[in-house]
Design a protein around this ligand. Structure first.
Ligand code: UD2
Length: 319
């Protein structure tokens, strides 16, 4: 049994990792500052994990959380392109400064490996699809810069200090527990919960932009493989499905699944937004043995079912 530290373990992706690690009989420690994470995401499993409310900006308080840790799954971050456009300084602190502290603490504690949650936003708006890890990065938002710098720090810590790191470039992860209550929430959580409430969601731009929407189970699988795969140290790997969907088509699919008769409201495109995003997942297949198990439409169905069952709890106290 190994000890895993999940940073941001009260968040959408972090808490999914926690549940899967426990299912596999591993020991789990979580740090979270509850800035975007929610205690409810861990309430069922709180008695089976060690939890520390720590902000990664405080290196000295963070250090004890690394004691005895074998693997770190570093999910803590302030997501959202538009949030970073509004407040780049906070995104920089929560993503770059926090990642640097985490790497220093992991290095000093002698952890075996750090798996870093990187972002497809690093590719920017370059026209070539699908995106290969060997393509140049070209961030077009402060958020994208912060996530890319985290990757670069991870790689440098491997080269300079011998700390094993792997960066997983997530492509628009979605699924149960993604928080739909903020204007900065992921688009699918906003579309689904609006449709379930009979409200009109907003589409920024003409809706023909596309994303490689990736169901959460696939990201969980990639993280757990990345902890132990022998040939991935210092690498950056795409985690995605290898397909892409436009927002217009996605909206139509959701309307059908939910049975809602609602039209979207079209608004001006968002600054910092990428037009098209789709991954080549050959590297993850080869080096991790990764294979997406839940594809887009099945993922949407599972996600809709979860929001249907949890709408009341999610929106009590909001809106
Ligand atoms: C970026 C990254 C993603 C992850 C995420 C974290 C890319 C391609 N993806 O996601 O991997 O790191 O950041 O935040 O860079 N939209 C609407 N209506 C809404 C909300 C969003 O139309 O109410 C549009 C938005 O303009 C964009 C698309 O939906 O074109 C996806 O937006 P998002 O915020 O869910 O994710 P995105 O692509 O910025």
């Amino acid at each position: 049994m190994a000890l895993y530290l999940v940073t941001g373990g009260a968040g959408f992706i972090g808490s999914a990792l926690v549940r899967e690690l426990l299912r596999r009989g591993e020991q789990v420690r979580v740090v979270d500052n509850f800035l975007t994470g929610k205690p409810e995401n861990l309430s069922e499993v709180l008695h089976r994990i060690e939890f520390q409310e720590v902000d990664l900006s405080d290196l000295e308080r963070l250090r004890p959380a690394l004691a005895g840790v074998d693997y770190v799954l570093h999910q803590a971050a302030l997501p959202s392109v538009p949030r970073s456009v509004t407040d780049p300084v906070t995104s920089n602190q929560m993503n770059i400064d926090a990642t640097l502290n985490l790497l220093v603490a992991a290095r000093d504690a002698g952890v075996k490996r750090v798996v870093y949650a990187a972002s497809s936003s690093a590719y920017g708006d370059t026209p070539t699809l699908p995106k290969l890890e060997s393509m140049p990065s070209n961030p077009i938002s402060p958020y994208a810069i912060t996530k890319l710098v985290g990757e670069m720090y991870a790689k440098v810590f491997t080269q300079t200090y011998g700390l094993e790191t792997v960066s997983l470039r997530y492509f628009n992860i979605f699924g149960p527990r993604q928080d739909p209550t903020s204007p900065y929430s992921g688009v699918l959580s906003l579309f689904i919960t609006s449709l379930l409430q009979g409200k009109q969601p907003t589409i920024f731009g003409d809706g023909e932009q596309s994303r490689d929407f990736t169901f959460i189970d696939n990201a969980v699988q990639a993280n757990l493989l990345a902890c132990k795969a022998p040939q991935v140290v210092g690498k950056v790997l795409n985690v995605a499905t290898g397909e892409r969907q436009t927002l217009n088509k996605t909206f139509a699919t959701l309307r059908r699944i939910i049975g809602a008769d609602v039209e979207p409201i079209y608004a001006a495109p968002r600054p910092g937004d990428i037009l098209h995003s789709q991954a080549d997942i050959t590297q993850a297949r080869q080096h991790l043995g990764y294979e997406p198990t839940v594809l887009f439409e099945e993922g949407l169905e599972k996600t809709v079912a979860w929001y249907r069952a949890n709408m009341k709890a999610l929106f009590d106290g909001h809106r």
